[in-house]
Write a protein that binds this ligand. Structure first.
Ligand code: ADP
Ligand code: MG
Length: 593
């Protein structure tokens, strides 16, 4: 027998194990969710790779997960027929941390000061393989990758800084492919080996796993057995022949053990939307995307005709914490399936434009080839049609939030994703009509609560033609600008553009419902108050004053003019019609620094 080799964990792993054990002690059962999710990932990987390498499936075993419990010995065995691990992969995957779910957990721990007390929150994160030590003294992972002709055994103990790897030699333990994980439960946790408890946990945690999960269950069937007759009874029976026959047999229950299918494997998106509850959609979202907050909205739909696909889309309730994400469309937010086979979640704008990259969801198509590659995705007409439909559905879903009775919902959306919508105004001309109604701004008549462009238009004066706006760095400075005076006097509403990107977004839109956006800080603002006689008079009276001021200021200003745009301030600095507004200038400066 080749000897077992001993390895030290990467330092972070030991720390992580301590953290897991200390913060999740009251939520131990998550170990099962983690191990099942790993098994399911391994099956997904195998199924995906086998599309191009049919050889991987040569050991014809079903793709499934089996959980065996041994109550007497306090053991649980979880077996999958997935991709397995080579010796090197065992070292890389189970001795170091570079994995997404685990990394997310660590970040969350750092952010939450009293992680120890809020174990519930942390229980929602994927904490991965090491959670097996929450309930186990010893964990044995026996695994066979189709890439290797040998099977290897990884063995680790709780509270140890090292683990071992050896080759599997016992013919009894050989598996054709995949991974078998054996947990030797701690004394106080042996209750997890109760078959009914495991069954309940599987039902609770793994209702969306798309591979069959079998648990080892005691079953019974009834059977008739003959019994000896009681002489007294026999006498009575002489009078009743029918009864006599019955009395001679008895029904007993015969017990035996067998695998029982424990989960529903039909993916939620294939079900009839009428039969899926909001709770189920939300659960699916949380499990699929490792989220702990409910989504703000969801949309489940099927498209037919030219291209057929099914999809469930979600709007998360908070923006990604990583601020760079707005410019980064690679979010792993859309999971693409082809005929239920998971293909990829690694997209770069193929299915959604980058400003909608915050939308999460699953898309399942029957029209794409299973071995769809990046190139196919980029060039496929089918994908282009899918993208168009998905984008429309996403807009419908967001519009739905804005129409919700609960105004808070859209406020929340806007707070988190307003920037993305504004980015859309700049980048996606084609969808201006869908984007514009989603915008929100403060205004001279609504400084506390943001209004929509529709609300602005409804509030326009009968003879008002344009939509007025002023860009400033805050509501207060917008309110105090002298440009506003005349408009306030005439009771005209002015939008306050207080986010630097607002002005660019509005300028890209150009118009809304055939009304132009007009910057009130620009020269020659016309608020419908031309009095040519009076203007002439003023020009004569103050013409020289203007010339004198221009001379004194020289190149600092382009011109000095008489204007009727103010009512109480004596003068104002305005931007030229074709120049940058003061705000834009500030923005450009900020960007070039
Ligand atoms: P994560 O699942 O977030 O990647 P885990 O700690 O749960 O992190 O697992 C670490 C890695 O170990 C996985 O990414 C995978 O490569 C490997 N692994 C775990 N369980 C299995 C399994 N049953 N079959 C194959 N590989 C596995
Ligand atoms: Mg995992």
């Amino acid at each position: 027998n080749p000897p077992a080799e001993k390895y030290e964990y990467q330092a972070e792993v030991s720390r992580l194990m301590d953290l897991i054990v200390n913060s999740l002690y009251s939520n131990k059962e998550v170990f099962l969710r983690e191990l099942i999710s790993n098994a399911s990932d391994a099956l997904d990987k195998l199924r995906f790779l086998s599309v191009t390498e049919a050889d991987l499936l040569k050991d014809a075993v079903d793709l499934d997960i089996r959980i065996h419990t041994d109550q007497d010995n306090g053991m649980i065995t979880i077996t999958d027929t997935g991709i397995g691990m080579t010796r090197q992969e065992l070292v890389d995957c189970l001795g170091t941390i570079a994995q997404s779910g685990t990394a997310k957990f660590l970040t969350a721990l750092k952010e939450s000061k009293d992680a120890g007390t809020d174990s519930n929150l942390i229980g929602q994160f994927g904490v991965g393989f090491y959670s097996s030590f929450l309930v186990s003294d010893r964990v044995v992972v026996s695994t066979k990758s189709p890439k290797s002709d040998k099977q290897y055994v990884w063995e680790g103990e709780s509270n140890s800084s090292s683990y071992t790897i050896r080759e599997e030699t016992d013919p009894e333990n050989l598996i054709p492919r995949g991974t078998r994980l054996t947990l030797y439960l701690k004394r106080d946790d042996k209750g997890f080996a109760h078959p009914e408890r495991i069954q309940r946990l599987v039902k609770n945690y793994s209702q969306f796993v798309s591979f069959p999960i079998y648990t080892w269950q005691e079953k019974g069937y009834t059977k008739e057995v003959e019994v000896d007759e009681d002489p007294a009874e026999a006498k009575k029976d002489e009078q009743d022949e029918k009864a006599e026959k019955k009395k001679k047999t008895k029904t007993v229950v015969e017990k035996y053990w067998d695998w029982e299918l424990t989960n529903e494997t039909k993916p939620i998106w294939l079900r009839n939307p009428k039969e899926v509850t909001t709770e189920e959609y939300n659960e699916f979202y949380k499990k699929t995307f490792n989220e702990y907050l409910e989504p703000l909205a969801s949309s489940h739909f099927t498209t037919e005709g030219e291209v057929e696909f099914r999809s469930i889309l979600y709007v998360p309730s908070i923006a990604p914490t990583n601020k760079d994400d707005i410019a980064n469309p690679k979010t792993k937010n859309i999971r693409l399936y082809v005929k239920r086979v998971f293909i990829s979640d690694d997209f770069d704008g193929e299915l959604f434009p980058r400003y909608l990259s915050f939308v999460k969801g699953v898309v399942d198509s029957n029209d794409l080839p299973l071995n769809v590659s990046r190139e196919i995705l980029q060039e496929s007409r089918i994908v282009r049609i899918m993208r168009k439909r998905l984008v429309r559905k996403a807009f419908d879903m967001i519009l739905g939030i804005s129409m919700s009775e609960n105004r808070d919902d859209y406020e929340k959306f806007w707070e988190n994703f307003g920037k993305y919508i504004k980015l859309g105004c700049i980048e996606d001309r084609e969808n201006h009509k869908r984007l514009a109604p989603l915008l929100r701004f403060f205004s001279s008549q609504s400084e506390e609560e943001m209004i929509s462009l529709d609300e602005y238009v409804e509030n326009m004066k009968p003879d008002q033609k344009d939509i007025y706006y002023i860009a400033a760095d805050s509501v207060t400075s917008a309110r105090n600008t002298p440009f506003l005076e005349k408009l306030l006097e005439k009771d005209l509403e002015v939008l306050y553009l207080v986010d630097p990107i607002d002005e660019v977004a509005i300028q890209n839109l150009k118009e809304f419902k055939e009304k132009n956006f007009v910057d009130i800080s620009k020269e020659d603002l016309d608020v419908g108050e031309k009095n040519e006689e009076k203007e002439k008079e003023m020009k004569q009276e103050f013409g020289q004053t203007c010339d004198w001021i221009k001379k004194r200021l020289g190149d600092k200003v382009a011109s000095v003019q008489i204007s009727n745009r103010l009512s109480t301030s004596p003068c104002v600095l305005v931007s030229g019609k074709f120049g940058w507004s003061a705000n834009m200038e500030r923005l450009m400066k900020a960007q070039t620094v």
